[in-house]
Design a protein around this ligand. Structure first.
Ligand SMILES: CCC/C=C/C(=O)SCCNC(=O)CCNC(=O)[C@H](O)C(C)(C)COP(=O)([O-])OP(=O)([O-])OC[C@H]1O[C@@H](n2cnc3c(N)ncnc32)[C@H](O)[C@@H]1OP(=O)([O-])[O-]
Ligand SMILES: Cc1cc2nc3c(=O)[nH]c(=O)nc-3n(C[C@H](O)[C@H](O)[C@H](O)COP(=O)(O)OP(=O)(O)OC[C@H]3O[C@@H](n4cnc5c(N)ncnc54)[C@H](O)[C@@H]3O)c2cc1C
Length: 710
């Protein structure tokens, strides 16, 4: 019922033969003679400026790649797809920020068409094709086609509807998008205004946009590319409004791509940052009484009969939100990808960059050796790993819930909603902030487009808003927390990620036994502190809401919503910490791999504890002294991570192409690359800039004339 996109774990494999490759999947870098202005730079043989860093690693990087990717098979497939993309000139992206919007959009169409051609020619599996698209790394209509249009039909269409529409979508005979949000409403899905009124005379629905605010607004791929959309509209039949339902609507001609009669379509305009998300044609759409056959209503959950009778299957209405739940879980995995890219750039560059420290002409200090740099960077490195593992777990949960739903077991629906909504909110917020932090960690050069960080930030930051504004989603988690707390008194045992709340008697009064910094390395000590903090914050909120006895519960919730947000964050951080601890408890092969993950797990947990110390102290879970000990241990852990830092980001296994950053290059040969990149800027195409004769020369001449008259 919630069937979404592919579950890559179960994908059938069909490899195309691949050439043998060197250990690191980048072409050997030969520093080229620079075309302009840099003739003094001599061609050099390949040099690994980070070799000394790599030599200090105390673990097996190849095995860490397996731990990161999930399996040896996953490393292998990702490696092949990444190289395939990196070696293909069509997928070049280093000039992207210099293209105009129109050029960028056309470039996106070209890349998408070429990617599809390669997928067909090489007969790639679904898993391989997904990865290939990921490494092309340019937001475009295909993301919504595969990521939302297809999953919506799979999840909400009947067998016949799937049989009819999916083959068309799979072969790109139609291109689809997901048209839910309107100009007037996004978060409040039940507030959408577009109508789908059944006309029994013709056996059709009439799709209409009654107001300006009912215009569909934002859907990716809608503006220029899509031929079809799953449109969410209020179903009206026999004079009654049955609320929001999904409909497959054709928007453009399959002959000449012109909008069909009654359909007004366009792009909503340029977005934040150069390049970045501007490759996507987020669109506006209005309907003027557009007719579609009745069988284009997605009828898996509810149906309208030929006579116009509304029939709702005996399933929870929230299944209509299934596509969003599917995408939210995939966004958590994407957060670890975006965060690990930023961290990889910042760690490698921090190892190359040197400032201060030399009084006598000796070597300067690598900025990675500054404790402040480590205390800003290593928690982000740990977070990348934490998000990766919680993302894997969430993918498992999603698959499990989907199977239960197929068997008409809806008991885990709430758990799935709380986990996907909360983890989406926390991981995207942290990642967006972390990318910006990585930019600052790279100093001035981080601000250059060639660092890759400005574009990564601009592409990533809307993840805090799309698929549910993060605050709105955290309030959903808070509601479920409050419901769970209120049920504790009745003796109902919470399950899943809320199970810890069942230990309410103990967790409300327990005192941490930590008495030395080392005690904080005990996972039980961490787990208990996080559980007690999350539970006490939730219980405090529930008490404050109920104490406002004069108010309705909803009004109390509204008043206390800032505190509720924090309680929801505490609960989600507990889940992330728990899943990291569980991961480290598993068998993990490879020399030193488990030890490194253990250290990163502790960094993650103690960093969160340090950052939110106020919560832990205010709820009395730990004492100020124990808080100070946690911080002391954190410093020791940073020292442990330091010699492994570069190898830990190498384990992400990213090609230079995918990273797209002169600062994050695998070989660390940053300065010639920065120098060379600068000359590629269109401003450097002419020595004397355009506009000199119009504006600069007359200005200078005028001033000279004035001066000569004096
Ligand atoms: C690549 C980028 C592409 C981007 C694409 C997009 O952005 S696409 C556009 C993306 N757009 C967005 O993401 C829009 C974000 N907005 C929303 O998802 C919803 O409007 C809402 C969740 C905020 C409110 O929901 P509501 O109006 O129904 O009102 P309510 O709060 O009263 O909840 C009623 C009950 O339903 C439960 N429940 C809710 N959701 C789920 C769920 N998914 N599953 C299961 N259950 C769920 C909830 O717990 C409650 O349960 P209870 O207490 O009765 O047992
Ligand atoms: C890049 C991008 C791509 C997108 N792609 C698609 C797509 O393909 N298809 C599609 O249908 N949509 C898409 N969207 C739309 C997206 O899903 C919505 O923008 C998102 O759900 C947020 O809704 P909103 O814009 O209505 O924000 P609003 O709800 O108007 O948020 C504005 C502010 O109000 C606050 N707020 C709102 N409600 C509450 C509340 N109850 N309590 C407290 N605070 C509240 C929010 O926290 C926020 O600070 C996309 C958006 C973006 C930015």
């Amino acid at each position: 019922m919630w069937r979404g996109g592919s579950n890559t774990r179960t994908c059938k494999r069909r490899f195309f033969s691949s050439p043998t490759r060197s250990r690191h999947h980048r072409p050997p870098y030969i520093c080229r003679l620079h075309s302009r202005g840099s003739q003094h730079l001599k061609a050099m043989a390949e040099v690994d400026h980070l070799a000394a860093e790599r030599a200090t690693a105390r673990f097996d990087v190849e095995e860490m790649k397996v731990a990161w990717a999930g399996s040896r098979h996953a490393v292998h497939v990702a490696d092949r797809m990444a190289r395939l993309v990196a070696s293909d000139p069509v997928f070049r992206k280093d000039n992207r920020t210099m293209l105009s919007r129109k050029e960028l959009f056309k470039d996106t169409l070209r890349k998408a068409a070429h990617a599809w051609k390669r997928i067909v020619e090489l007969r790639l599996t679904e898993e391989e094709a997904d990865l290939l698209r990921q490494y092309v790394d340019q937001p475009g209509y295909v993301d919504l086609h595969w990521g939302m249009f297809v999953p919506a039909i799979k999840g909400q269409g009947t067998e016949e509807q799937q049989h009819k529409w999916l083959p068309l979508a799979y072969k790109f005979q139609i291109i689809g998008c997901y048209a839910q949000t309107e100009l007037g409403h996004g978060s409040n899905v039940q507030g959408l205004e577009t109508t789908a009124t059944f006309d029994p005379k013709t056996d059709e629905f009439v799709i209409h946009s009654p107001t300006l605010t009912s215009s569909k607004w934002w859907p990716g791929g809608l503006g220029k590319a899509s031929t079809h959309a799953v449109v969410y509209a209020r179903l009206i039949t026999e004079g009654k409004d049955y609320g929001i339902h999904g409909f497959i609507v054709q928007l453009r001609s399959l002959e000449d791509h012109s909008p069909l009669p009654g359909v007004t379509l366009g792009d909503i305009g340029g977005k934040f940052g150069s390049g970045a998300y501007n490759s996507m044609d987020n669109g506006v759409l209005r309907f003027d009484h557009v007719r579609i056959p009745r069988d284009q209503m997605l009828m898996r959950l509810s149906q309208v009969t030929r006579e116009g009778k509304y029939v709702h299957s005996n399933v929870p209405k929230q299944l209509l939100y299934g596509t969003m739940v599917y995408v939210r879980q995939s966004i958590v995995a994407d957060a670890s990808k975006a965060l690990s890219r930023a961290v990889c750039i910042a760690v490698r560059y921090s190892a190359v960059r040197k400032q201060f420290g030399s009084q006598d002409g000796g070597p300067e200090t690598q900025v990675l050796n500054y404790k402040t740099q480590q205390s800003r960077l290593f928690p982000l490195l740990a977070s990348a790993y934490a998000f990766r593992f919680v993302g894997d777990w969430l993918n498992w949960l999603y698959t499990d819930v989907t199977q239960k739903l197929e068997a008409k077991d809806f008991s885990t629906l709430q758990e799935a909603h709380a986990c996907t909504a909360g983890l989406k909110a926390v991981t995207t917020s942290v990642t967006a902030d972390a990318i910006e932090e990585c930019r600052k960690l790279c100093g001035g050069h981080g601000y250059l487009n060639s660092s890759g960080l400005p574009e990564l930030f601009a592409v990533y930051v809307p993840a805090c808003t799309y698929e549910g504004d993060n605050v709105v989603l955290l309030l959903q988690v808070a509601r479920i927390l409050m419901k769970t707390v209120s049920q504790l008194a009745s003796g109902k045992q919470p399950v899943g990620t809320m199970a810890y709340m069942g230990k309410v008697q103990y967790l409300m009064q327990c005192k941490s036994a930590v008495s030395s910094a080392e005690d904080w390395l005990n996972p039980d000590a961490i787990q208990e502190a996080f559980e007690a903090r999350a539970l006490r914050m939730a219980v405090n909120c529930a008490q404050n809401i109920s104490q406002a006895a004069s108010q309705e519960e909803a009004a109390g919730f509204y008043e206390r919503s800032p505190d509720l947000l924090e309680a929801a964050v505490a609960h989600i951080q507990l889940i992330i910490v728990t899943k990291f601890i569980e991961k480290v408890h598993q068998e993990i092969p490879g020399h030193g791999v488990k030890e490194q993950l253990q250290a990163l797990c502790n960094v993650y947990a103690l960093y969160i504890l340090h950052k939110h110390l106020g919560d832990f102290l205010a709820t009395g879970c730990i004492t100020p002294r124990q808080g100070a000990l946690a911080n002391e241990q954190l410093g020791k852990l940073y020292a442990q991570v330091r010699p492994n830092a570069v190898a830990l980001v190498d384990a992400f296994n990213y090609t230079d192409h995918y990273l797209g950053s002169v600062l994050g290059r695998y070989d660390g040969d940053v300065y010639p690359a920065l120098y060379e990149e600068a000359w590629k800027d269109p401003l450097n195409e002419t020595v004397v800039p355009e506009g000199y004769h119009e504006y600069l020369r007359p200005l200078i001449k005028q001033q000279q004339l004035k001066l000569s008259r004096l």
